[in-house]
Ligand binder design. Structure first.
Ligand code: C5P
Length: 404
């Protein structure tokens, strides 16, 4: 599925830069066009000539090159590809990108591009672990930069730990994942809701809940890994955007409902968001003030649209598999079975969220999968594992129904 795709490869200066040559070869074998840009430091490790020979394209290294600008301006170059890949990505280029520096061709292209950027970091373990690098990574992730690796292992500098460039085939797999179209869910479209919603009271205050978005985000990532074209409609969270997923950030339940409707049609919908049941009627345009007499304002609430129930009862447009969550604090399975019927969805993942379980905001979850026929108790596992297992069950469901 890389046939006909175009990658702009930015090679920065690290000892791992030689692996960029193999990466180019692997991409070209799959019919993917590659244009390469080298930083000045990268030219110490690989020559523009070898990259030009492997890509079959002119290699660019300088920002102020009259001949290059005459052929193709650097802005155009930054947008000429479907995806920009930085491999290897040094601590320096990540710091520059995080801070918006543009003092050479590579950093300028990265700032000017309107395409997704995938970075494959490679650096000494201490540089990787340095709070400055970690802060830059967090900034970039929050802005949607995608990452593959680094791997853990022996390093060229003699130390051991995370910082090794991913292998070329791992980078190819990450690129394939971004372009989608492979895996058991390829050709399927999925919408996942995640996180809390914020219901505004006035321009500064809102009503929210403790959902972290960890489970919903992990599910979107797992579906994308199996090849589904995945849309994630999410309330405000600290979670990074999952690789290969189209993310629609929203705040209120009504915005979430609208974004989900706009993302339809889909084959699979999973409502993992903790949607507020009510919103504030006639939210104040100005910040509410104390009246000085000790009388608090009365908030009038109105019910939010039930996104799950609406999608599950969408008639002809109903997705083939609609899955909801039931966060319960008692008689979990019984309540969830009733909820499945009430909402009209196909499956419910029920979880116990009583305070002592640590499910809200935590890394682990204990769930029960309720379908029309069965109620399965899954063992306690990480939210990422729940997501993997659910995605695998969904793939199994489609392969069963489609071969019947
Ligand atoms: O009714 P309750 O909030 O317990 O239902 C939980 C399920 O319904 C979750 O899957 C949640 O994402 C979904 N839901 C929704 N829209 C709402 C309320 C809940 O999609 N307004």
């Amino acid at each position: 599925m890389l046939q006909g795709k175009k990658v702009l490869l930015v090679v920065t200066g690290g000892i791992a830069a030689f692996k960029a040559l193999d990466l180019v070869r692997r991409l070209r074998e799959r019919g993917c066009g590659v244009r390469a840009v080298l930083t000045e430091a990268a030219t110490q490790f690989v020559t523009p000539l070898s990259l030009a020979a492997l890509t079959g394209e002119k290699v660019h290294t300088e920002l102020f090159s009259l001949t290059d600008e005459a052929e193709m301006g650097h802005i155009e170059l930054s947008r000429s590809a479907d995806l920009v890949v930085i491999a290897p990505a040094t601590a320096n280029i990540l710091a520059k990108l995080a801070n918006g520096l543009a003092d050479d061709l590579a950093s300028t292209l990265l700032l000017a591009t309107d395409k997704p950027v995938l970075a494959a970091p490679a650096m000494n373990v201490r540089m990787w672990e340095h709070p400055a690098t970690q802060a830059n990574l967090a900034t970039l992730r929050a802005r949607g930069t995608l990452f593959v690796g680094p791997n853990e292992g022996d390093m060229a500098c003699g130390e051991f730990g995370p910082g090794r460039l991913s292998e070329p085939l791992e980078i190819v797999a990450a690129i394939e994942q971004i372009f989608g179209g492979y895996g058991p869910l390829s050709g399927k479209r999925a919408i996942v809701t995640s996180g809390p919603t914020y219901e505004a009271i006035d321009p500064v205050r809102y009503i929210a809940n403790r959902s972290s978005g960890k489970q919903g985000h992990a599910i979107a990532a797992a579906l994308a890994r199996l090849g589904a074209e995945t849309v994630l409609v999410t309330g405000p969270t600290q979670e990074p955007n999952p690789t290969g997923v189209t993310v629609h950030p929203i705040e209120s339940a009504r915005d979430m409902a609208e974004a989900c409707t706009a993302a339809l049609p889909a084959d699979i919908v999973i409502c993992a968001a903790a949607v507020a049941d009510w919103h504030v009627v006639a939210q104040s345009e100005q910040k509410l003030k104390k009246d000085g007499k000790g009388k608090p304002p009365a908030l009038k609430l109105a019910e939010n649209p039930d996104i799950l129930a609406t999608i599950a009862r969408a008639g002809k447009k109903r997705p083939r598999l609609v899955i909801g969550f039931a966060a319960e604090t008692e008689t979990v399975v019984e309540h969830a079975k009733a909820k499945r019927k009430r909402k009209g969805c196909d499956w419910i993942l029920a979880n116990d969220v009583s305070p002592d379980t640590g499910t809200f905001g935590g890394e682990a979850n204990t769930v029960h999968l309720i379908t029309a026929k069965t109620a399965e108790d899954w063992p306690r596992m990480s939210k990422a594992q729940v997501a993997e297992k659910l995605a695998a069950r969904i793939a199994e469901h489609f392969s069963d129904t489609e071969t019947k």
